[in-house]
Ligand binder design. Structure first.
Ligand code: G4P
Length: 546
């Protein structure tokens, strides 16, 4: 997270920043969101374009370590770069108008959807990014489901309009038909996909003409042009667009704030992130429409007022973020109060104090010290060895936010230390990766501590574990796949019942939850029928709905 773009002097906060009115005013300025999309829809490009627009970074490419771009990664992230995937999430903070924007990045690959899910626990809105030629793709659908389940309002950005693509009305229809979200276009493209001339404001009719710049590193120039002029310059496109806008009005596609906030309708914007077309409009929509942080409920369902003492949720833990800092960092989303560096918080899970002397904003390899932060902001906490995703920290409590549910693992492998002299490092590494939530670690008395079972939502998680075990902990591992595909939460009765059954077993996760794992759904159904009084509860669906 970088915060050099944030100008505190713009703050309209009434009273001092720590007062109740000051906290509420600061919270009101925050917009914390994530972009959800299928790989290749342009998420990295859009993130860079957003940041470029807000002038946080001075050239495109500083956000991610993707091929050919100037990027910042740690050594284990080398693997991501080679594969063109982004495993880790960056947080970017910048000012735009009088708002403070927190943009949380999500991994694009489906194998890391559990990480994405955790990030979505820390945002107040999401941008659903669609490729104009492809529309809704599988990963977008899955992530949208997460937004729906968390009741996160979603804005839609139809990207790559500079390339041949589908009809805009057809794309809107797909959104409505397939995910039941009523589209409410805020802008409308002039010219077909691949021949984008400019964007029309649906509500006012104002037209902005775009002249594209080469590449994505500079903004396309934008110029407001009078309707008579564009009607004379582009008569065919203009009349088609006017007909379509009239149709939108007829079918009732006008913006409705209540429906947007309730998650039943989505404002839609068109553009091309690569040329910065429509990006400023998206930022304006985020500032004007996306909700600021609101009171979050604790595990008992009691809302925690924004101006009460500091409390927040750890949504991500990551080690080895760059070569110079081999420490473990926990990312705290602030839910209430004013954060001040140095304050001593309580870790709700253990009741132990946690000092925040080393609070940082982290963005790639840039780290800046965070002196203060407000609801909606993300703070990186260094030396966070005891903190796990889903944990609560508070200044005055007690309070505990609901845990972030785990996804149902679908891939299982036994991990063994490949070098008999490295068992200590092996244990330490497995424990740390477990604590970070990189993978679920399951154990049983029968298998012993030397051979824990790693349970993943997607197989790439195993590659990350193997690479990190070798490079960070100097403990190369051997993985042996297990023939399980499905997991259910059970208890001691389930453990006893399954001990006599084949093609299944019960393993215990490090948080004490017992998971019954089965070779397939058919086998599981047979076992469930056989033991009707035993609990076999589903976990959150990961890559497939089981
Ligand atoms: P992702 O993070 O969602 O995976 O997508 P990313 O931004 O890497 O974009 C995927 C590809 O789509 C990239 O091309 C990128 O340049 C291109 N792209 C993104 N936005 C636009 C757009 O508005 N218009 C057009 N025409 N292309 C766009 P690439 O060749 O795969 O990668 P690269 O070498 O450019 O990085």
């Amino acid at each position: 997270m970088v915060s050099q773009g944030v100008d505190r002097s713009e703050s309209p906060a009434a009273g001092s920043a720590g007062s109740s009115s000051g906290i509420l005013a600061e919270a009101q300025r925050r917009r914390s969101f994530a972009v959800i999309s299928h790989p290749d829809a342009g998420k990295s490009t859009l993130t860079e374009a957003l940041a470029l627009h807000a002038q946080v970074i001075d050239s495109a490419g500083a956000v991610h370590g993707k091929s050919g771009r100037r990027g910042v990664t740690s050594d284990w992230m080398e693997m991501e770069r080679q594969r063109g995937i982004s495993v880790s999430s960056a947080v970017l903070q910048f000012s735009y108008r009088d708002a403070v924007i927190n943009l949380l990045d999500t991994p694009g690959h489906g194998d890391f959807s559990e990480d994405t899910y955790r990030v979505l626990a820390a945002v107040d809105a999401a941008v659903m990014l669609l490729d104009a030629a492809k529309g809704l793709e599988p990963q977008t659908l899955k992530l949208f489901d997460v937004c729906r389940s968390r009741k996160i309002p979603v804005l839609t950005f139809v990207n790559k309009w500079d390339r041949p693509g589908r009809e805009p009305l057809e794309l809107l229809d797909e959104v409505e038909q397939r995910i039941g979200l009523r589209p409410m276009p805020l802008t409308w493209p002039l010219g077909i996909a691949g021949e984008l001339k400019g964007l029309i404001e649906v509500a006012t009719g104002e037209y902005t003409k775009f002249t594209r710049a080469a590449g994505g590193a500079t903004r396309a120039s934008a110029e407001v042009v009078a309707p008579e002029v564009v009607a004379a310059d582009e008569p065919q496109f203009w009349s088609t667009a006017q007909d379509e806008i009239a149709l939108l009005e007829e079918i009732g596609a006008q913006f409705d704030e209540k429906e947007f906030l309730a998650g039943t309708a989505t404002p839609v914007l068109f553009g091309a992130a690569l040329s910065n077309i429509g990006v400023a409009r998206l930022l304006d929509a985020l500032v004007d429409l996306a909700p600021p942080p609101s009171e979050r409920e604790d595990a008992e369902g009691r809302p925690r007022a924004l101006d009460t003492p500091l409390s927040g949720l750890i949504f991500k833990v990551q080690a080895g973020m760059d070569r110079a800092h081999r420490d473990r960092m926990a990312f705290l989303r602030i839910n209430s109060g004013r954060f001040e560096r140095g304050m001593v918080l309580t870790h709700a899970a253990t009741g132990k104090p946690f000092a925040t002397k080393y609070a940082q904003a982290v963005f790639g390899n840039q780290r800046t010290t965070v002196e203060e932060a407000f609801p909606g902001d993300i703070v990186g906490l260094v030396n966070a060895n005891a903190l796990r995703p889903g944990d609560t920290l508070y200044a005055s409590g007690p309070i505990e936010y609901p845990a972030i549910p785990s996804f149902a693992p679908e891939h299982f492998s036994v991990a063994r230390c490949a070098d008999a002299g490295k068992t200590k490092q092996f244990r330490k590494g497995i424990e740390q990766l477990d604590g970070e939530g990189v993978i679920q670690v399951l154990r049983s008395d029968r298998r012993g501590d030397q051979a824990p079972v790693l349970a993943a939502v997607g197989p790439l998680q195993f590659d990350v574990v193997a690479a990190r075990m070798e490079s960070e902990f100097n403990a190369p591992i051997r993985l042996e796949g297990l023939p399980y595909q499905i997991a259910r939460v059970t208890d001691e009765a389930g453990e006893a019942a399954l001990s006599s059954q084949s093609e299944c077993e019960v393993l215990t996760r490090s948080d004490g939850v017992k998971l019954a794992v089965f070779s397939n759904k058919w086998r599981m159904d047979v076992v469930i029928r056989k033991f009707p009084d035993v609990t076999f509860a589903p976990l959150l669906a990961g890559t497939v709905t089981d």
